[in-house]
Design a protein around this ligand. Structure first.
Ligand SMILES: O=C(O)C1=C[C@@H](OP(=O)(O)O)[C@@H](O)[C@H](O)C1
Ligand SMILES: C=C(OP(=O)(O)O)C(=O)O
Length: 529
């Protein structure tokens, strides 16, 4: 057995014991005639939030649970009934990384010639990225085990069309930025969750660089029309505490600007691991980009994307659900498709589990992680700083429900801007299941939680995903150690990032059944043990 996957230097994650004996994990030309917005929007799937164009997607979001609003009595919907299990063990395959696959599709699209992405993730959100890039002019073909991308290079096409981001923040933000350099106008749109997300700082920053962008429905929100007047360049400012995707989006478009681009970030920079992944991806594609050590200043020279072959590795956010399930039951679990050397902040789930007393070892020869969980793990008082690993916040809430002592999570303020306000969502749903969890506010902003776990809970409740795949997957895990089956909304949304979720959990004997639900009251529940 090797040591754990190594982390590149400069990557911030610190695990330190706390006084309470726990841990702290830190870690062309523009057409003379400017078309009407209505002309551009014709045929665009752009309903207002009450009229979802694509109701099969994100089952839960039609102005109901995603807003924390209750379904009305008598409404029907499909829920997933999940039986608890007595044990969790076996061999499971971790999906490939969503952020790595999405970045590789982007660099391949912008390069001249053919790029390949090996071991790519096939899921709804990478499909959305592929379709957006095809709309940009790339030819992307799926082969067994790899993607082949014939990029557009410097041939920026007149596409005059709608780019559909569905619920993907990354697709919307990067495509909106890239549309600035196209020679004709483009509409970039998304679903109801996307249209609720914060976009203003990005739109303002792109305008500072010379882009001409207007919102179509609500000011400074998606959908937008980017009139494609080109990106001049110069200096723009962005906040660091709303979404790293603003910085990533400008970085991807910046090499195509007329003059160098400088990004100055104000305030603390959260989700730095995602910016580092962007910088690594751009550098590997031959882009001249530099960043200050504090990640608050970036410089990008006009440069050309080079075709390359990329191999995508494991996704630690997806792995976190399997790892958390393994930590709830004594025994051995093996995860495959694990290669190490990850830049993902969510790799933090591994050292966090180790601090919780769970043994996790990496074997490079077999590309696997082995989890050995002793019966007495997860006892004590622990603290985790999640500012660099935002996507495991819901997973940690699920895990914390079984920490005999407490698990305190801070630095999660960005997650309120995700598909759902994830801390509030987890706190509300776990509370419904009887978990003692308290939301922590910092400067009036929901920033974390403290959960005091128990041995088990009665279960038998209906839990909402709030229209967010990560909330569903985390609640699913939390329910595995309860005493009776729970029912979950939003289970179809696993296809966004982890399409094999149900198959993997079925390997461990987790039994699920979809059931029609007629809205009813949830019985109050309490902790057991
Ligand atoms: O660039 C990316 O691929 C992502 C960046 C992060 O966004 P935030 O910085 O908004 O958290 C992350 O949460 C999201 O899931 C994916
Ligand atoms: C929030 C996520 O992605 P995005 O921000 O790209 O929508 C996610 O994968 O959970």
């Amino acid at each position: 057995m090797d040591l754990l996957p190594t982390r590149p230097t400069g990557h911030r994650i610190l695990i330190a014991p706390t006084a309470g004996g726990g841990c702290r994990a830190r870690q062309e030309n523009f057409p003379d005639h400017r078309p009407d917005i209505a002309e551009l929007s014709d045929g665009m799937a752009c309903p207002r939030s009450a009229e979802i164009a694509d109701p099969g997607r994100q089952s839960d979001i039609a102005g109901k649970a995603s807003d924390g609003e209750r379904w009305e009595k008598g409404d029907t919907r499909m829920l997933l009934k999940v039986d608890p299990v007595d044990s969790f063990s076996g061999t499971f395959r971790v999906p490939s990384s969503k952020p790595e696959t999405q970045r590789a599709i982007l660099t391949g699209t912008l390069a001249e010639g053919t790029s390949r992405v090996y071991n790519d993730l096939r899921c709804d959100e990478t499909e959305t990225m592929k379709n957006a890039c095809r709309a940009f002019g790339a030819t992307i073909t799926e082969h067994d085990g790899y993607l082949e991308i014939l990029g557009i290079g410097g041939n920026l096409p007149h596409i005059r069309r709608v780019i559909q981001s569905r619920g993907s923040g990354l697709v919307f933000r990067v495509m909106t930025a890239l549309a600035s350099v196209l020679p004709s106008p483009v509409v970039v749109t998304g679903d109801a969750t996307l249209r609720n997300r914060v976009m203003e700082p990005l739109l303002e920053a792109l305008r500072e660089l010379g882009a001409d962008i207007e919102s179509i429905v609500s000011e400074n929100k998606a959908p937008v029309v980017n009139w494609g007047r080109g990106l001049k360049g110069g200096t723009c400012r962005l906040p660091g505490d709303i979404s790293s995707q603003f910085i990533t989006a400008v970085l991807f478009a910046a090499p195509l600007a007329d003059i160098p681009v400088k990004i100055e970030v104000t305030g603390e920079v959260f989700s730095q691991s995602y910016i580092r992944q962007t910088l690594a991806s751009l550098t590997a594609a031959g882009i001249k980009v530099s960043a200050s050590e504090d990640m608050r200043s970036y410089q990008v020279e006009p440069s050309t994307y080079q075709a390359q072959d990329v191999t995508t590795h494991e996704d630690y956010t997806s792995a976190s659900y399997l790892l958390a399930a393994a930590a709830l039951f004594p025994g051995r679990t093996v995860l495959t498709n694990v290669y190490g050397d990850s830049m993902q902040g969510e790799f933090a789930i591994v050292p966090i589990l180790q601090q919780l007393g769970v043994d996790v070892t990496f074997d490079r020869a077999t590309s696997s992680l082995t989890v050995d969980n002793p019966p007495d793990s997860m006892r004590g008082h622990f603290e985790v700083d999640v500012r660099d690993c935002p996507n495991i916040v819901p997973t940690l809430a699920a895990l914390g429900a079984y920490v005999q002592g407490s698990l305190r999570v801070t630095g999660g303020r960005l997650t309120r801007f995700h598909k759902a306000s994830r801390i509030e969502a987890m706190a509300a749903e776990l509370t419904r299941a009887g978990v003692d969890i308290e939301v922590l506010y910092n400067d009036g902003v929901c920033d974390g939680f403290e959960v005091r776990g128990a041995q088990t809970y009665p279960g038998g409740v209906t839990l909402s995903s709030w229209g967010d795949h990560r909330i569903f997957m985390s609640l699913f895990v939390a329910g595995l150690r309860m005493q009776s089956a729970n029912r979950f909304s939003g289970f179809e949304d696993v296809r966004l990032s982890f399409p094999t979720f149900m198959e993997e959990f079925a390997k461990a004997g987790v039994r699920t059944a979809s059931v029609e639900d007629v809205e009813e009251e949830n019985a109050p529940a309490g902790a057991v043990g």
